[in-house]
Design a protein around this ligand. Structure first.
Ligand code: G16
Length: 544
């Protein structure tokens, strides 16, 4: 095998964000851009004796070009065994599972998640390590530092690898396995949930389902599991064919981007259960007949009902949520007498807790939930978890949510996103907020008195690492919170996220619309950050 050394120049913008490196496709298509980043990853990680890598992506534009490049560079760096999804496709949770199951060194995931795809849209790349989870912040900092001084990368000459047919073959001394993207994942799901019970509920029409795959990666997974294995009628999965540009849509499962599903589920023809997933299959949105379940409530309800699910029947060790996620799951943990951890935004922060057995379930407000079965969030797993609860409890989503609120109280919650704000303006907003932190405590604003105001930093209890500047928190005496963060996943300007929550224990007041119930806090958020005044926007780009 002839290894070539190619001269290159560093790009200054290769700092990974919340979840890998995400940029416009055209940025990735610049000469040596992807190559530099892949070499930076491989040079930075310990040179292991394990030479197996998993590779796959969500099928967006540039997916398969990137796979061919990665194989050539990884082979030149000594990797000899490659497990690749057929047609280059693998969902993010499936990659996590495959790394663990086949004990690979790690895996490359090609995706910009919920961001749009196509020649003029977004692409992304992320490396997951041997526990199946995203590279840690220490790893990603090291990737970036290497990328800043890189002067060459290694590459072998290789014919284009055929990704279309499943099977094992040898090419230029490399062992290539092209696998069915769904098989191993479907088997894992069957081992966790009571498929017979769900099948029965579907067959007897106790649960009617619609799943929107948003023309992204979960199409084949959901079709196989929901329709072929669990027997839901053909057509249960909509937008089920993965497309390079997701059909021109934004594969982000929230109420703004799933209009078809929203219209159906808030109509008189609503089904019992509906869900959607994102570009790479790690996010989920849960809907019932005329109800949207917030992701923060969803993880709390899962924790409260975990004992109904075969895989978690003997109990859960603990739970974790990202800091901006509502405190609903903490209340369940308290009742179960198990620990609840608060981590920064980003799935990578759950990995150590999962590996150490401190937690079994974890979730984020950004439509992510999962458990210790993989080291990523898992969209279809969440859907199956809900279906298993519905089949077992024989109640509607609405009844389950209402009972949960009556038992634990409701954490009324919303998130306002201001997307594509000029970066300087966004940074000034954050500085303006920081400048108020020392003086806010004990001040009263209308019905609210500030208890604390700070910038969240996380001390990892397992590896003792410290992650600072993870969002600005303003907490009030009654437990309400307003949180401000700049997103780490956008590719245009900056996205300011404002998270607002308020606890409502009184069941006679729990049915309010969040925008109404939170109106005073929403006003206060503007008073603190002045995003409208400073950016000229009149309303958020997205409300979830
Ligand atoms: C990624 C991370 C999540 C994070 C989300 C939003 O999700 O894996 O942990 O909550 O981004 O991050 P931000 O608020 O910084 O945009 P995904 O689905 O985009 O990979």
């Amino acid at each position: 095998m002839q290894i070539n050394t190619v001269s290159t120049q560093a790009y200054s913008d290769q700092k990974p964000g919340t979840s890998g490196l995400r940029k416009k496709v055209k940025v990735f298509q610049q000469a040596h851009y992807l190559e530099n980043f892949v070499q930076s990853i491989l040079s930075t990680l310990d040179q292991s004796t394990n030479k197996t890598l998993v590779i796959g992506g969500d099928g967006r534009y540039f997916n398969n070009d990137a796979i061919q490049i990665i194989i050539k560079i990884a082979a030149a760096n000594g990797y000899t065994h490659f497990i690749i999804g057929q047609n280059g496709l693998l969902s993010t949770p499936a990659v996590s599972h495959l790394i663990r199951k086949y004990q690979a060194f790690g895996g490359f995931i090609l995706s910009a998640s919920h961001n749009p795809g196509g020649p003029d849209e977004d692409f992304g790349i992320k490396f997951n390590v041997s526990n199946g989870g995203p590279a840690t912040e220490q790893n990603t900092d090291a990737f970036f530092s290497y990328s800043q001084t890189i002067s060459s990368y290694k590459l072998i000459d290789l014919p284009t690898i055929d990704l279309n047919n499943c099977g094992k073959f040898k090419e230029s001394g490399l062992h290539i396995t092209i696998i069915d993207p769904v098989d191993d994942y479907a088997e894992l799901m069957a081992s966790l949930f009571d498929f017979d019970l769900i099948k029965q509920a579907v067959k007897t029409k106790k649960i009617s389902i619609c799943f929107d795959a948003m023309h992204a990666i979960t199409g084949p997974y959901a079709t196989r599991i929901l329709e072929d294995i669990l027997g839901a009628p053909k057509g249960t999965v909509i937008n089920g064919i993965p497309l390079e540009d997701f059909g021109g849509h934004h594969p982000d499962p929230n109420l703004s981007h799933t209009k078809e599903l929203k219209e159906l589920m808030f109509s008189s023809n609503a089904l019992d259960f509906a869900a959607a997933s994102d570009g790479d299959g790690d996010r989920n949105m849960i809907l019932g007949n005329n109800i949207f379940v917030t992701p923060s409530d969803s993880i709390a309800i899962m924790a409260a009902n975990a004992q109904l699910i075969p895989a978690y029947a003997s109990g859960i060790n603990g739970v974790a949520r990202s800091m901006p996620t509502s405190q609903a799951v903490d209340r369940v943990a308290k009742a179960l007498n198990i620990p609840a951890f608060e981590t920064p935004t980003g799935w990578k922060f759950f990995g150590n807790l999962l590996d150490a057995g401190k937690i079994t379930l974890c979730g984020e407000e950004s439509f992510g939930t999962s458990s210790n079965h993989v080291r990523e969030k898992d969209g279809l797993w969440a859907v199956l978890f809900w279906l298993n609860i519905l089949a077992k409890r024989e109640q509607s989503v609405q009844e389950i949510v209402n009972e949960h609120w009556q038992t634990y109280g409701r954490d009324i919650y919303c998130r306002h996103d201001y997307e594509a704000v000029d970066s300087d303006i966004a940074n000034n907003i954050m500085d303006h907020l920081r400048s108020q932190l020392d003086t806010l405590a004990k001040q009263s604003f209308g019905s609210y008195t500030v208890q604390y105001a700070d910038e969240f930093s996380y001390h990892d209890p397992i590896d003792q690492s410290i992650s600072e500047h993870q969002g600005i928190r303003i907490g009030f005496v009654d437990g309400s919170r307003i949180i401000f963060r700049l997103s780490g996943t956008g590719t245009v300007g900056a996205t300011l996220r404002i998270y607002i929550e308020k606890y409502e224990p009184d069941s006679s007041k729990q049915q309010q619309d969040p925008q109404t119930a939170l109106a005073e806090l929403i006003e206060l958020a503007e008073q603190f950050c002045e995003v409208k005044k400073r950016s000229g926007r009149t309303e958020p780009s997205v409300i979830t």
